[in-house]
Write a protein that binds this ligand. Structure first.
Ligand code: NAD
Length: 335
């Protein structure tokens, strides 16, 4: 049983904690918070052992009457691996302050630079490269969504080049300190956006990306054009995507007319309306002059969750890729 510490119980951290706790070969030994807010109280209520992410703030929790077991340093002593889910760039600081010193394995998230880890990770694309590694970085939500799709297309039809446009939710639903109320922001204005180079950390593919932020919190949408190496028909692409559990095919006819409907569907059948799959519009799949067009939606808060679980299995060599993905999928209701 692999003992897992979650450092940073926020949007990604709390979802990864719950996903780890659904597995039979790993367990959460503790989670950290920086302050004694409602999320800290909920973590304790759920049965997670709570630790102070910043050792000097231990007393702040005690003063607020919230039981903490110790600091991040105490938690690391009890764990085999830390999943760092702290804000962008803080993971690299935690690595230098704690993980290297303690000699513990760690998984970082997509907000860190790629050099924080020995390897960047996507389960479908490069599971084996994380085997036995000490530091692994799970790529970001947009990169995970792009890589899953492009890996399947590359394996089955070959790819000459990819051009992709990311229409990004501006912030997550809980974020009340920043946002874009009325406007469409090219982000960045100058090509390329960071997503293409980030995909290339996990998949060898010719890709250029652009990105725009829009005033929504629900999901990202990707408009992707892929120049194929081999001849294919729309049905061939659909057959490949239908066969991969981490892709969910939906259609306008079924009522999936926008991301709001996708979320409405998930509200009925998933905890926190989490969608771990790429949501691909079946009707968008079109091959025109050897070029494949696809539109997909990505639930930014959830899509990297299964990848974190698989990354643990790869680092500890607990299972081969397909076996790990199958176990993770079944435990999270991905089918
Ligand atoms: P978040 O702000 O929701 O959560 C971060 C948590 O870390 C908070 O609870 C915060 O209190 C805590 N924290 C702050 N300082 C810390 C420290 N020094 N040590 C430990 N914890 C600390 O952020 P998030 O959205 O969960 O993002 C976490 C990581 O996941 C980032 O790298 C981000 O880029 C990546 N990511 C986010 C999304 C997304 O859309 N939310 C998607 C994929 C990847």
């Amino acid at each position: 049983m692999i003992k897992v510490a979650i450092n940073g119980y926020g949007t990604i951290g709390k979802r990864v904690a719950d996903a780890v706790n659904c597995q039979k070969d790993m367990e959460v030994v503790g989670v950290t918070k920086t302050k004694p807010d409602f999320e800290a109280k909920l973590a304790v209520k759920k049965g997670y052992k709570l630790y102070a992410a910043i050792p000097e703030r231990l007393k702040v929790f005690e003063d607020a009457g919230i039981k903490v077991e110790g600091t991040i340093e105490d938690l690391i002593e009890k764990a085999d691996v830390v999943i760092d889910c702290s804000p962008n760039k803080v993971g690299a600081e935690n690595k230098a302050k704690y993980y290297e010193k303690a000699g513990i394995k760690a998984i970082f998230q997509g907000g860190e630079k790629k050099d924080v880890a020995e390897v960047s990770f996507n389960a479908l694309s490069n599971y084996d490269m994380a085997k036995g590694k000490k530091f692994v970085r799970v790529v970001s939500c947009n990169t995970t969504g792009l890589t899953r799709l492009l890996y399947l297309i590359k394996e089955n039809f070959g790819i000459k080049k990819v051009r992709a446009t990311m229409i990004r939710r501006v912030v997550d639903p809980k974020e009340d300190k920043k946002g874009l109320v009325n406007g469409i922001m090219p982000n960045p204005v100058k090509l390329p956006s960071h997503h293409g180079p980030d995909v290339q950390t996990v998949l060898d593919v010719n890709i250029t990306t652009t990105a725009f932020k829009v005033p929504t919190t629900l999901m990202h949408v990707h408009s992707i054009n892929i120049e194929l190496e081999s001849d294919a028909k729309n049905e061939d692409v659909i057959a490949v995507l239908e066969n991969e559990p981490r892709i969910m095919l939906v259609s306008e006819e079924e009522g999936f007319t926008s991301t709001t409907k996708v979320i409405e569907y998930a509200r009925e059948c998933r905890m926190r309306y989490d969608i771990f799959e790429n949501v691909v519009w079946r009707d968008s799949i079109s091959i025109v002059d050897g070029e494949l067009y696809v539109t997909q939606a990505i639930h930014q808060e959830a899509i990297v969750v299964p990848e974190n679980v698989d990354a643990i299995r790869a680092m500890f060599e607990l299972a081969e890729r397909d076996e790990s993905m199958k176990i993770t999928n079944e435990s999270l209701g991905i089918c």
